[in-house]
Design a protein around this ligand. Structure first.
Ligand SMILES: NC(=O)c1ccc[n+]([C@@H]2O[C@H](COP(=O)([O-])OP(=O)(O)OC[C@H]3O[C@@H](n4cnc5c(N)ncnc54)[C@H](O)[C@@H]3O)[C@@H](O)[C@H]2O)c1
Length: 256
């Protein structure tokens, strides 16, 4: 039994990393998935790879911080398939900005807040009327352990943006619950989601790796797949009575 048969999903920032794994998990569960990212080549490659495993997939290049581009993307999806059931606001990250307060420029701050938080707002605002019109939907936002507790892995701009995602999730859940739209979030711990994070981890001295792992009761980092499975659960009817929840998927490092 697949969990998302016939569902239409949009995952932002999904050409690589966690978003790509979520997309591949959702196509296996029977969903039609729209891939979004900022770079045409990577969107094209992701769509092709997912089609090779038999997925019903399409792609749209858009910057989630640009309202018009987000509206165009939503228009494209609705023109093609008539509705949207699942939105995952995944585009984000620290986006190669510095960690230390004195090194964070106004531009760094704006970039991190814009992609992680404003992008979540713009995509949700564009999706809700379509979900309302079709009787409901599921919005899943990606916070982080960095937005749940004071983690030293990332800086204050990322912490503020990802804590903002938690507030946004709960407030929107109240507003759109009566329309049958559920809004939940996950807050992942450190996941080596792609080459850049893998390289950072591999070049860390042993003592530092041990320090990170000792803080995690399960004594290991999580995998992309373990995050994607929780997303699929939140997208599916298995979580039909959950809204406004933030699931900490972090091996126990922070217990909310
Ligand atoms: N990897 C981790 O350890 C971890 C932990 C907690 C939370 N997260 C969150 O999970 C999400 C995915 O992270 P990841 O590790 O896969 O990162 P990633 O960098 O591999 O993927 C993020 C994707 O978002 C895209 N993107 C960036 N700006 C965009 C924009 N303006 N519009 C559309 N797409 C844009 C990027 O091109 C990239 O493909 C992020 O929100 C991140 O903050 C990751």
């Amino acid at each position: 039994m697949v969990k998302l048969q016939g569902k239409i999903a949009l995952i932002t920032g999904s050409a690589r990393g966690l978003g790509y794994t979520m997309a591949s998990e959702m196509v296996k569960e029977g969903a039609t998935v729209f891939i979004n990212d900022v770079d045409e080549q990577s969107v094209h490659e992701a769509v092709e790879q997912l089609r090779e495993i038999g997925g019903k997939v399409d792609g749209f290049v858009a910057d989630v911080t640009n309202k018009q581009q987000v509206l165009n993307m939503m228009g494209y999806i609705v023109d093609r398939v008539g509705r949207l059931d699942i939105l995952v606001n995944n585009a984000g990250g620290a986006l190669r900005t510095p960690k230390k307060l004195e090194d964070i420029s106004e531009e760094h701050w704006d970039l991190v807040l814009d992609v992680n938080l404003k992008g979540t707002f713009l995509a949700s605002q564009a999706a809700v009327p379509h979900m309302r019109a079709s009787g409901g939907g599921s919005i899943i936002n990606i916070s982080s352990i960095g937005g749940r507790t004071a983690s030293i892995v990332t800086g204050v701009s990322y912490a503020a943006a990802k804590a903002g995602v938690v507030g946004f999730t709960r407030r929107l859940a109240k507003e759109v619950g009566p329309d049958g739209i559920r809004v939940n979030a996950i807050a992942p711990g450190l996941v080596l989601s792609g080459d850049r994070l893998k390289e950072t981890w591999d070049t860390m001295p042993d003592w530092e790796q041990t320090e990170v792992l000792d803080a995690i009761p399960l004594r290991r980092l999580g995998t992309n797949n373990e995050q994607a499975k929780v997303i699929t659960f939140l997208a599916s009817e298995e979580s039909g009575y959950m809204t406004g929840a933030v699931l900490d998927v972090n091996g126990g490092r922070f217990m909310g």
